[in-house]
Design a protein around this ligand. Structure first.
Ligand SMILES: *[C@@H]1O[C@H](CO)[C@@H](O)[C@H](O)[C@H]1NC(C)=O
Ligand SMILES: *[C@@H]1O[C@H](CO)[C@@H](O)[C@H](O)[C@H]1NC(C)=O
Ligand SMILES: *[C@@H]1O[C@H](CO)[C@@H](O)[C@H](O)[C@H]1NC(C)=O
Ligand SMILES: *[C@@H]1O[C@H](CO)[C@@H](O)[C@H](O)[C@H]1NC(C)=O
Ligand SMILES: *[C@@H]1O[C@H](CO)[C@@H](O)[C@H](O)[C@H]1NC(C)=O
Ligand SMILES: *[C@@H]1O[C@H](CO)[C@@H](O)[C@H](O)[C@H]1NC(C)=O
Ligand SMILES: *[C@@H]1O[C@H](CO)[C@@H](O)[C@H](O)[C@H]1NC(C)=O
Ligand SMILES: *[C@@H]1O[C@H](CO)[C@@H](O)[C@H](O)[C@H]1NC(C)=O
Length: 814
């Protein structure tokens, strides 16, 4: 009896030992299992399989993730739809395959359905360094009975196949999680569309959202998937047995993964060991043109320098509904002007294109291009043809019928059917007529502009209409009334900014944080995410933003678009690579990069931008929050004012708590604004004066102090000026670069701008003249805030800022 007990104890000890050992291995056999807290690790230490829980969830899942990568990056989940509620889950290998059971009830939560019954009863499961969890025949390790790679989750790993096994009928697709905390099947799926010639699409239910297009021999026609990562090989297999796409890494030590995100983007990442982070290689949709059929039928979507789509009918086609088209409602597409004659048609070659939707196409892999053309010509519903494979001079034949859908700029070429008359037209009349029109209108305006002492600029806008600009000094007025500010999709912005990740945040402006974004076509943008608590109505917001968009000057940051979606209000600006003036001027080493010539250019440019806001634009705009951090610097270190026009739109109805942040900044605020809450263009002039003195001295007014003197920067500058020692104010790091006369003028202009009383300050156009003339300047008096006068010594009270709003005109049409 005692012996039996000992023996039992011994056996159970041995059994548990085996269990424990097995957990540090890469495989389990039928007698073994892994419970929650245990895991298998692939031989090379790349992947781990075990139980995990998403960060903000209490549910537990059996999954595969990268071993030694933090944060936890899960690539596959077994029980996607049936989460475990506690740690009682157990993974077993049985003769039915892999089974995940609920330990407390012994009920099956998930199981691998094996394709073939094992001949023997000795299968084992193993996690491979590719991330594939395989069930193998114990007697013949080559025989794979089941593999996780056949049932992808949201992640497409190297070595996986995307597509169909035509023999077994197995379809492998990649589908998004419901949310980052729920691996259940979400809306979006990346899969092979087998209608017509196979192409890869991303769908939402039955609707196509994005089309990577057909395989053209080297890549998918509509995807630049691997432009940024070349260390891999691609393969597309299409035969009687299977159709699939697969990619493999040339160096398997690297980690690359492609994910369908919970918001329907296709993103690919590369692990950077040095920084311990995932680098985004690609994010689709990258532009509006990546959205399926955004331009409707027979129309081409193009993305020029900016991120915004322009739709253009194919030659010989016109918009189906011209009025809607003009308003950028493109989905109805274009229709043919004159019907095809069927027998007497020709073809026109389109280059640098993505092939149109192939879901209703026909193909033959052995025909050549000439045979393809002949066949297309014979069938009256054939509208276009192309080679299937572009390698080796091209081979195969792909034919489209009826409407051509989802065309955009790319790298492929195809031929569209055209009536003979159009072919001639295109080559002669049309372009000549257009050119003639430009010449006539242009000449008339040229004469007019010259008469008025302005220069002329002719521009063809996105609707193929001519816009005529007359340039006067530095201001630019469009003769055309409406500037249509593009509305950009939230998902495009989310993917460009890594979903507003903190790593992409480049600043916190008065109206909300600013993020840097990179669209996949390389265009850099700055996204201002406006505080959500603005009470302003949507229509009012749109109107205001359209007004701001009309403010265009080379010393103002350009507004590229906006996005109003899901409670988000985003403004998209051109990105300024050199940040802002304060970043340079108040930094000991960076300020050396700005010599006097550059600083003078910055002062002059800022002044010109302000003149435009105050006087030259059709709206009168008072900035209200001008400061060095609002003066951004472009590639050439030329200044661009930012945040203009926002004060009324967002300042006016801010809640009291936000008032301090929103309206004006201590150190730049004029006394009448600080004390009485009243402001005018002259308050901007005051702020400009502070900026000039800061740029010359490289010192912050706000943090200024000198030993034994109760002076701020303005007072100090005035004291030195009145003692004729102004040059002592000048930043030493300017060294020999200074032009003494210019520097002294700037200091004096700065002092004139910061006078106590608004009427004693010059307006901005006089400032421009003062900067450029050499006429004597008037003498400044003691500036505002000079040694702590009564009126300004009281602490700046937030409530004062919101007073008097009604009497203030910020943005008025003229
Ligand atoms: C096991 O099943 C029981 C009954 O269905 C359920 O109440 C329990 O939560 C399950 N355990 C786990 C870990 O999911
Ligand atoms: C976990 O609990 C939920 C409800 O409490 C139940 O619907 C679900 O089936 C349980 N999961 C398992 C694996 O038993
Ligand atoms: C898991 O939950 C079930 C019922 O909810 C319970 O019977 C079982 O003891 C729990 N297991 C563990 C390990 O907590
Ligand atoms: C759990 O179920 C399996 C088959 O369904 C059975 O073979 C096994 O004996 C059960 N285990 C327990 C502890 O009930
Ligand atoms: C996908 O479909 C769902 C349900 O129809 C819808 O709520 C969601 O907005 C769609 N997503 C996109 C990006 O269109
Ligand atoms: C493969 O990549 C690893 C990690 O990036 C690197 O250390 C190694 O040198 C690479 N091997 C080759 C052959 O390039
Ligand atoms: C493809 O074209 C070739 C040559 O014209 C022809 O022999 C073959 O039957 C065609 N195949 C199909 C599937 O139509
Ligand atoms: C043209 O092609 C379509 C699609 O393959 C086919 O249905 C139709 O019969 C063809 N017409 C002629 C006249 O060959």
């Amino acid at each position: 009896m005692q012996n039996l007990k000992v023996l039992l104890w011994f056996w159970s000890f041995l059994f548990s030992l085996i269990l424990r050992i097995s957990t540090s291995l890469d495989s389990i056999a039928p007698t073994q299992s892994i419970g929650d807290g245990e895991s298998l690790i692939s031989r090379g230490g790349t992947f781990e399989v075990g139980f995990f829980k998403p960060e903000n969830s209490n549910s537990r899942y059996l999954g595969i993730w990268y071993y030694n990568v933090s944060p936890l990056t899960v690539v596959w989940v077994a029980n996607r739809e049936k989460p475990l509620n506690n740690t009682s889950g157990i993974l077993r290998v049985t003769d039915q395959g892999l089974v995940l059971v609920n330990g407390s009830t012994n009920s099956t939560v998930w199981s691998s359905n094996m394709l073939r019954k094992p001949e023997n009863q000795n299968p084992f499961a193993q996690i491979l360094d590719s991330g594939n969890l395989v069930l193998k025949d114990g007697h013949n390790e080559e025989e794979i009975l089941w593999q996780s790679f056949d049932y992808p989750g949201d992640t497409f790993l190297p070595g996986m196949k995307l597509g169909l096994d035509l023999v077994t009928g197995l379809e492998r697709s990649v589908s998004s999680w419901k949310s980052t905390d729920d691996p259940g099947h979400g809306y979006y799926e990346t899969k092979l569309d087998r209608r017509g010639y196979p192409q890869v699409v991303i769908t939402n239910g039955t609707a196509t959202m994005i089309r990577l297009g057909p395989w053209t021999g080297l890549t998918f026609s509509g995807s630049t998937l691997y432009l940024r990562y070349t260390q891999l090989s691609n393969e597309f297999v299409f035969n009687e047995k299977e159709i699939f796409y697969e990619y493999n890494l040339l160096n398997t030590s690297n980690f690359v993964r492609i994910v369908v995100t919970t918001w329907g983007n296709l993103q690919s990442f590369h692990w950077l060991r040095q920084t311990g982070s995932w680098e985004t290689l690609l994010s689709i949709p990258a532009t509006q043109c990546d959205k399926y059929a955004v331009c409707g039928a027979n129309s081409i979507c193009s993305v020029f320098n900016t991120a915004f789509p322009t739709c253009k009918c194919l030659n010989g086609f016109v918009p189906k509904y011209p009025e809607k088209w003009e308003e950028s409602h493109w989905s109805d597409g274009c229709v043919r002007i004159t019907p095809l004659s069927c027998s007497k048609d020709g073809f026109k070659k389109l280059t640098n294109m993505v092939l149109p939707d192939t879901s209703s196409s026909w193909y033959n892999k052995t025909m050549n291009l000439q045979e393809c053309e002949d066949l297309c010509l014979k069938n009256c519903s054939c509208t276009a043809y192309a080679n299937l494979d572009i390698r080796g001079g091209g081979s195969g034949c792909l034919i489209w019928f009826h409407d051509l859908i989802d065309m955009k700029e790319g790298v492929n070429e195809f031929y569209i059917r055209t009536t003979i008359s159009e072919l001639d037209d295109n080559q002669n009349n049309n372009s000549i007529k257009k050119k003639l029109a430009v010449i006539i209108i242009g000449s008339a305006l040229f004469i007019m502009c010259i008469t008025l002492g302005m220069a002329i600029y002719v521009w063809r806008n996105k609707l193929e209409k001519l816009e005529i600009f007359c340039w006067k000094q530095n201001s630019c007025e469009s003769a055309n009334e409406d500037i249509d500010l593009p509305s950009i999709d939230l998902s495009t912005i989310a993917s460009a900014t890594n979903h507003f990740s903190s790593g992409n945040k480049v600043g916190e402006g008065g109206f909300g944080p600013v993020y840097k974004g990179v669209l996949a076509n390389g265009v850099e943008i700055a996204v201002k995410r406006l505080s959500k608590n603005s009470q302003q109505g949507l229509q009012e917001f749109k109107t205001e933003v359209q007004l701001i968009a009309k403010l265009q000057h080379r010393n103002l940051v350009k507004l590229l678009g906006c996005c109003i979606q899901q409670k988000e209000k985003l403004l998209i600006y051109e990105f300024m690579p050199n940040r802002s003036l304060d970043y340079f001027i108040f930094d000991g080493s960076r300020r050396k990069l700005l010599d006097w010539t550059k600083r003078f250019q910055i002062i002059s440019g800022t002044a010109r931008g302000l003149v435009y806001l105050h006087q030259d634009s059709r709206l009168r705009v008072i900035h209200r929050d001008l400061k060095t951090s609002n003066i951004l610097l472009d590639k050439g270190m030329d200044p661009k004012i930012s945040d203009f026009g926002l004060a009324r739109t967002f300042g006016g109805d801010q809640t009291v708590e936000n008032t301090k942040r929103v309206m004006g900044t201590h150190g730049y605020i004029s006394p009448e604004y600080a004390v009485h809450g009243s402001f005018s263009m002259k308050s901007d002039v005051f702020s400009f004066g502070v900026i000039v003195l800061e740029v010359v001295s490289a010192r912050k007014n706000r943090e200024f102090s000198i030993p034994h003197q109760d002076l701020n920067l303005l007072g100090y500058a005035w004291k030195l000026w009145s003692e004729e020692k102004s040059l002592e104010l000048v930043d030493e790091s300017l060294g020999d670069s200074i032009v003494e006369d210019q520097v002294l003028r700037c200091i004096q202009i700065g002092l004139l701008c910061v006078q106590e009383r608004p009427e004693h300050r010059p307006n901005m156009s006089s400032v421009i003249h003062m900067l450029n003339d050499d006429k004597p300047l008037s003498r400044p008096n003691q500036p505002a805030f000079y040694p702590h006068q009564e009126s300004s010594s009281s602490p700046i009270n937030n409530e004062m800022f919101s007073r008097n709003e009604a009497s203030i005109t910020l943005l008025e049409a003229r």
